[in-house]
Design a protein around this ligand. Structure first.
Ligand code: PEP
Ligand code: MG
Length: 761
């Protein structure tokens, strides 16, 4: 059965559509368990019932017609109890329901396993057998394993609307509202037309596009084929004396594959039926690759890579000639499998309203760019059928990490209203630019910015930031193809320090590792967030760290506004070694090389739970502390900050986190050490209030959030913020904290500054 399991998984993974997946499962499971029947019942939200969706063994006519609610019949009982049921005499069970239209009266034994995804029972997988017998433990375990595998596929089909189409092919659900979830990466709302952005010559990332002009598509296709044939002939000539007869014959095979009687002909038929040349070509090639890959014969299986290679060549030419004389719509939503910074090169930034990437995380380049430019962005939308979305009008909700296609009119209207409100709010907030950042009762709170790109530096200056609380030095490292030299680094840092002088600039030393890998310094680890990252890499590579420290300090010559921040400190020896290196560089530069540099303030990030418990020991050794709530939350709650599967339990207002924050601010105060917060929490208006209430006086955030935070602070007194912080520390969970704050801050002037939770139902 283990072998069967492996090959079922393989077959399911290469199935061409959802219907084939279901068919593969019922037929392979029936065979593996040697039973008379295998069926899948799936949950249909319309009518809230489990519907017979695929079967081998029951009458075909019953498919789609047998519906059981939870608790009804044996299938409904499996669903209601969310556990397997194994019976040798099904007909004598009180729940047995008999449906003559299935022909199941012949089957006496019954084994059903629920198909569960994220606690939801999506369906039931059943095997039945004519003779009465109890299925053994290994059979039960087998069925449970297949169900668990199937759950992911069904959840994906549900998220992409395939399941609804499968269950009700004729209804209006065809084009129903679909909500895809990802990681909220840049807050804000965007409504616009999707432009699918792809990587060049990648057969699997060609969006599904119709032909606008069929004759033109045919002509371009012909040209691409001709250019590919010319290439093949040229290579053939060049290699003719190095290849044997058989190998040369392969080139002829390639060329003939492009003919009308072969791939060329198949593609032309699809173009004539209305598909664009790129779409038609990629679909035909992918189908052939799939066929070759599943062949038993090793030689034929190898041919899949030839077809893939040919496919990419032709596609490359098609893309070159069509570099989609693309007119980007005025309100473009860029969507792609793995959108990256270079994808933005062809678009005028003003046209981009929102961005969505199926892969990637909050820390991907794209999200960082999006934050700098204030473009609502959702990353890690794993279920997004991005290829099918070109030209669709969608809503991107960067607050909640949602992408909504075909929204219901009332949902669209509510988002449009929110967008209008946001525009008005942004205009209102502009007026606060030169107003002081004080609470309603006059206490000054310093609002600093997080930077890394030139663009956010400019925006930060425009927003009147008091300083830079976090300059992420890894960002310029990402933009290079190798480690930047000392002088290259010095120039970049100098610009940053000069632009803000005399205001302070906090330069964090290289914080790579985790999910922030440099392309030229790849790190392969099973558990990267607990691995080689931040200061650990710097200490292991003094040649990189010392060069960076020299560049940072030399950049500050004559300016006197530099602060140095050390990331990921998790123990005291690590901190002491890093401090020794910082001061060694300082001494060398000033005493041996005669640079005129003011001694920089040096601080440590508090972003690891161990550092919370040793905050006083750390504070005693440094000039300031900066709390990285992004990592602190992930480590405290043991929730990967980039994993969409657990994004809903990344509770930014978890009481455990609030207590840790209290402990940090109190520990720092006892040591008379300045402390700020530079994680995303500081830029969330509600959370910022709490931080102030807990005692933080310096908040550092993305420039796009600065005015909103300033506005809320000006409306609430320090006294009220303190009371709120005191009260929520007594609550049990994130949800209660949020509810409490929202209730306490109901005043419309205040509540328009934070996002009221929008419910999609
Ligand atoms: C943090 O962890 O909160 C932080 C500010 O650093 P980064 O997001 O760069 O890890
Ligand atoms: Mg961090």
């Amino acid at each position: 059965m283990l072998d069967s399991l492996r090959s079922i998984v393989q077959e399911v993974n290469s199935a061409k559509d959802f219907a084939s997946v279901l068919q593969i499962i019922v037929s392979r499971v029936r065979r593996a368990t040697r039973t008379g029947v295998c069926s899948i019942y799936l949950h249909d939200p319309v009518g809230d019932a489990y519907v017979l969706t695929a079967t081998e063994g029951l009458y075909d006519e019953a498919v789609g017609n047998i519906r059981l609610s939870a608790g009804e019949g044996l299938v409904g009982l499996v669903a209601a109890k969310a556990e397997p049921i194994n019976l040798d005499h099904a007909e004598s069970h009180p729940n047995f329901a008999y449906f003559p239209e299935t022909g199941e009266e012949r089957f006496r034994s019954f084994l059903g396993a629920p198909i569960i995804h994220h606690r939801n029972v999506l369906g039931v997988l059943v095997v039945q057998q004519q003779e009465s017998r109890r299925f053994d433990e290994s059979e039960e375990a087998f069925l449970v394993t297949v169900s668990a595998q199937l759950a992911g596929v069904i959840a994906h089909a549900e998220a992409t609307g395939q399941l609804a189409r499968h269950l009700s092919p004729d209804t209006a659900l065809q084009d129903g509202e679909t909500v895809f979830r990802g990681i909220p990466s840049v807050p804000g709302i965007a409504i616009g037309d999707v432009v699918v952005v792809t990587s060049p010559a990648d057969l699997y990332s060609v969006p599904h596009r119709p032909a606008e002009d069929i004759d033109r598509e045919l002509e371009l296709f012909q040209q691409a084929l001709e250019r590919t044939k010319q290439d093949l002939r040229a290579v053939h000539e060049e290699l003719s004396d190095k290849l044997n007869l058989e190998e040369r014959a392969l080139f002829d095979v390639y060329v003939s594959m492009l003919d009308d009687s072969s791939l060329g002909g198949e593609v032309r038929v699809l173009i004539k039926a209305g598909l664009s040349a790129q779409t038609a070509w990629s679909e035909v090639i992918i189908e052939h690759i799939r066929n070759f890959s599943s062949m038993e014969d090793a030689y034929l299986r190898e041919r899949a890579s030839d077809v893939r290679d040919l496919g990419r060549r032709v596609l490359g030419y098609l893309q070159q000639s069509q570099t989609r004389d693309q007119e980007y719509p005025a309100d473009a939503i860029l969507i792609g499998e793995e959108l990256a910074a270079p994808n933005l090169a062809d678009v005028e930034v003003e046209r981009i309203r929102g961005m969505v990437s199926a892969k990637g995380s909050r820390n991907s380049h794209l999200a960082i760019l999006g934050r700098a430019m204030g473009i609502p962005t959702v990353m890690g939308a794993i279920d997004l059928p991005w290829k099918q979305m070109d030209g669709k009008r969608v809503i991107v909700d960067g607050y909640q990490g949602l992408v909504i296609s075909n929204p219901r009119p009332e949902i669209l209207a509510s988002y449009e209203a929110q967008l209008d409100e946001e525009k008005l709010l942004a205009e209102d907030l502009e007026r606060l630019r030169d107003e002081p950042s004080v609470t309603a009762d006059g206490h000054h709170i310093a609002l600093w910015v997080n930077t890394g790109l030139r663009l956010d530096t400019l925006l930060s200056l425009d927003r009147g930031a008091d300083g830079v609380g976090l300059y992420r030095t890894e960002i310029p490292f990402f933009m290079h193809e190798r480690f930047p030299s000392e002088e290259e680094q010095r120039k970049i840092y100098r610009e940053q320090l000069e632009m803000f002088a005399p205001r302070p600039v906090t330069m964090r030393t290289l914080d790579i590792g985790g999910d922030k890998a440099l392309p030229y310094f790849p790190i392969e680890e099973a558990n990267p967030f607990l691995g080689w990252r931040g200061i650990r890499i710097s200490l292991d590579h003094p040649e990189i760290f010392l060069v960076q420290l020299r560049a940072i300090m030399r950049a500050s010559e004559g300016l006197n506004n530099l602060r140095i921040l050390l990331p990921m400190i998790s123990n005291i020896p690590e901190l002491e070694t890093a401090l020794d290196l910082v001061f060694r560089v300082y001494r060398e530069l000033t005493e041996e090389e005669n640079y005129d540099i003011a001694k920089p303030a040096v601080g440590a990030m508090i972003e690891v739970p161990a550092a919370v418990y040793q905050v006083r020991e750390i504070a005693r050794r440094v000039d300031f502390l900066s709390v990285g709530t992004n990592d602190l939350t992930q480590y405290l709650l043991a929730v990967d900050r980039n994993n969409p599967r657990v994004a809903d339990i990344f509770h930014a207002l978890h009481p455990a986190l609030l207590r840790a924050l209290k402990q940090i601010v109190e520990g720092a105060a006892r040591e008379n050490c300045q402390v700020s917060v530079c994680g995303e929490m500081a830029g969330d208006p509600l959370a910022a209030l709490l931080l102030v209430g807990l005692g933080y006086e310096v908040l550092s955030m993305s420039a796009t959030n600065l005015l909103r935070v300033k506005a809320i602070l000006r409306l609430v007194s320090l006294k009220q913020a303190r009371e709120l912080a005191r009260d929520v520390l007594e609550l049990d969970d994130d949800h209660s904290v949020r509810e409490y704050l929202e209730k306490a801050l109901e005043d419309p002037e205040v509540s328009r500054l934070y996002r009221p939770s929008k419910k999609l139902n």
